[in-house]
Design a protein around this ligand. Structure first.
Ligand SMILES: [Cu+2]
Length: 454
């Protein structure tokens, strides 16, 4: 369902014309860094309205800068995490955003590109204080504004995430709590709600106190009344009897991540696969597994192969204090891969950084963007020095009676998890930050006890 698009302000148009939709000064600062080792380079200017900084209960501080564009909506830049006790913020991402929501209907009657066609970013919904519990709303540009050009559409808040850890290091006296260390985790959460036709998408980013980033897209709103067809047998009957069939469809969501690990534009990509190689000689002949590492040196697309438990990581030039390269793992599973288009064939793509390669499909939106159409074409075998990561998560939506009305939120997500960024858990309590708790092999946790407290 298309909306009539009312042009945005000059500022919005300008945003689209600049290579990365940044203020000119910031763009210039960016250019000076390209190809250079810019560790410790000063952060780009970020106005107070665009800066987000929050220290979570666990002591870690997230910092980032946000802006919005007409198509992508929320864009996060210069994302850093400073674990408690760390002298400096650790840079992770240069730029992160949605890159497409591709919605093809099973019967071939419709195929939407919700970012580029429906201009997702231009349709940020106003949020009420109760839509942002415990947080603060910020103004974001929107065509849905009833007055002026902005709505209170960006929520910055915190959410509880349950146990961050629960363990027994035998450092505490045995007691009624059995000497357990436990802590509840907390996320900094940033989101907008944007309309594309009858759908409302929650564009949410969770930043956890352990350094994990979880981009999430929640599909909500209402089923498209235009996409009901009782005749072709491809949908699901909604309402009484079997008169109205809601047409099944996919939501293929793409994110684009420009990493900037430790503030350097260059990084490496590695792929890991685990395979069973046989069995141990001794009974009970336990299966043996071997994990192999493959360097991803050139642009490529990859599959989250269930048989090999494949995963990838972005590796920094710098090491943690244990002497291990800092890296960020892409924890990713594409449950409903859509094979119907060349840009949806892979679950993840790695391409060399180009500002004009912005959308996973329908990329030829304006003159400053690459003439190439989609991410499948961006993969041209070029050597990777500044890898851009494109993550796809698909969802085949077969409607159910409960989808009306409004539809319950359905989430699609993946995670960016620190791997060897710090020498220990970012949340490790100070009294456990000891050599004997870092590296394993420390004495057994449970001394023999005759008190029956096992
Ligand atoms: Cu749907």
């Amino acid at each position: 369902m298309k909306k009539v698009f009312r042009p945005l302000t000059t500022a919005a148009s300008l945003a689209l014309l600049l290579p990365s939709a940044l203020p000119a000064a910031a763009g210039a600062a960016d250019a000076t860094r390209t190809g250079a080792d810019a560790r410790n380079a000063p952060a780009r200017a970020c106005s107070p309205d665009n800066a987000i900084e929050h220290t979570l209960r666990g002591g870690g501080t997230w910092r980032m800068c946000w802006h919005d564009t007409r198509l992508e909506g929320l864009v996060l830049e210069d994302v850093t995490f400073q674990p408690r006790g760390e002298a400096e913020p650790i840079r992770i991402l240069h730029r992160a955003s949605l890159a497409q929501i591709h919605v093809p209907y099973d019967n071939g009657t419709a195929e939407y590109s919700d970012l580029t066609e429906d201009e997702l970013g231009a349709h940020a919904n106003p949020l009420r204080p109760e839509d942002c519990p415990g947080g603060a709303l910020r103004q974001i540009r929107s065509n849905l504004a009833t007055r002026g050009e902005t709505v209170s559409g960006l929520c910055v808040t915190t959410q509880e995430r349950g146990f961050a850890f629960h363990g027994d290091n035998a450092d505490l006296p045995r007691s009624v709590h059995r000497g357990n260390e436990a802590q509840q985790g907390q996320d900094l959460v940033v989101y907008t709600v944007n309309e594309a036709g009858h759908y409302h998408y929650i564009n949410q980013w969770n930043f956890s106190d352990d350094g994990t980033i979880t981009p999430r897209l929640g599909a909500a709103g209402n089923l498209s009344p235009d996409d009901f067809n009782a005749a072709d047998g491809t949908g699901w009957p909604l309402g009484e009897g079997a008169r109205a069939y809601s047409t099944s469809h996919h939501h293929n969501v793409f994110w684009r991540l420009v990493f900037d690990p430790d503030g350097t534009p260059t990084s490496r990509v590695e792929q890991y696969d685990t395979r069973q190689t046989g069995h141990s000689a001794k009974e009970p002949r336990t299966p043996l597994h071997e994990t192999t590492r493959t360097s991803v040196d050139k642009e490529t697309g990859g599959l989250t192969d269930a048989d090999t438990q494949r995963w990838w990581r972005i590796v920094s030039k710098y090491e943690n204090t244990d002497g291990h390269p800092r890296s960020w793992e892409i924890v990713h599973h594409n449950p409903h891969r859509y094979g119907g288009r060349p840009f949806t064939e892979k679950d993840i793509y790695f391409t060399e950084y180009k500002a004009g390669e912005r959308y996973a499909s329908d990329n030829r939106m304006s003159p400053e963007l690459s003439p190439l159409e989609h991410v499948g074409q961006f993969v041209g075998g070029e050597k990777l020095t500044r890898p851009v990561v494109w993550v796809q998560v698909g969802y085949h939506h077969i409607a159910r009676d409960e989808d009306q009305a409004p539809m319950p939120v359905h989430w699609q997500s993946f995670q960016i998890v620190p791997r060897d960024v710090t020498a220990m858990n970012a949340l490790t309590p100070d009294h456990l930050r000891l050599p004997r708790y870092n590296g394993g092999g420390h004495p057994a946790h449970h001394p023999p006890s005759g008190k029956g407290d096992k």
